[in-house]
Design a protein around this ligand. Sequence first.
Ligand code: GLA
Length: 382
Amino acid sequence: MTRSSRIAHAAANNARLFRAPGRANIIGEHTDYNDGLVLPTNTALYTWLTISPRNDRLVMVTAESLAEHGRFDLDDIAPVQHPTWIDYLKGVAAEIETTGIELKGADLTIFGEIPIGGGLSSSASVEIAMAFAMLGIAGVSMPGREVAKACQRAEHNYGGVKCGIMDQFSVACGQHGDAMLLDCRTLTTESVTIPVEMTLLVTDSGVKHRLSEGGYNQRADECRKAVEMLKAKDSSIMALRDVEPETLDVHAAMLGKDLLRRCRHVVSENQRVRQAFHALQAGDISGVGTLVKHSHMSLRDDYEVSCDEIESLVGIADACDGVLGSRMMGAGFGGCVLSVVRTECVSDVRREIGEKYGAICGAEPWIHTVSAAAPAGEVAVT
Ligand code: GLA
């Protein structure tokens, strides 16, 4: 369905329409749950959600893109051990209600344009659309950052994923066409406009990741363990955010090879985020590309969250004329590759990546040009 047919459909059914974008992260991977820095932007791929209030406390959901139905009762909303998509929605409602807001039952239809498990925040986008819609029919407004925090708690408590705040915050609070430097400790932000000479291209490796499968939480646990060890030596260290590269050198033996590498990724990635923000401000798009390349090497070698397909794709993309740097995006273990591309070369790069990666994986890959997205919220239907 096109945007206008979604509006017409909602109007014909006397429903309200909400949407939330996807997010592409330029740089700053696995830093958010370490109280660090990230530099995401949103992209015009949306989760669409139509909603009508009910007179009871039931929430009845049709997930169009999954061709599935689900339901839950706002009065019976405990987390389950093996969550499915409906539990994320349940979690959003539950976490909003824990703030003292009373929600209403509703009939919902959800349609997602964002590939699931591709690193473009499909789940955060659904959560934020759900939150805005449920708050909308309850007649309550909540600041975007509080909505983001409630949705992050939903992932933790109902989805079983100990994610950081980047995805939910970017989707709920990101501004049209800008990249956002987000400090995940203070939740303060600074915006920078993406220069027109630079385009972000996202290519799906075709390998789906599921954060609930364990690798993601395992990395988060490793970081927590390293922080405990470092804190015993210096009580001012509350998170890897507080660690300097020299501190890692001093405590290398104590941390051991694996934890040292995990820490080295997070500490160096925070530095790269700041540098990339300044490079964007200065319009130095080659500088951004180089930092993106270094981010990938660090994620591959130190954080060990890449895989063979992602390596092939990054190699193919980086070999194209006009690509300034590529890296895995999101949690890793599959998903999408982000490339920083000179805008005048985008169509050639798309063709070359499509042909070369397509020849390896046997099908044309899905390639998306990141474009300025409207902020999450309600879409007027009248
Ligand atoms: C996922 C999580 C985010 C973040 C990234 C890795 O997208 O939801 O919180 O940790 O992985 O940077």
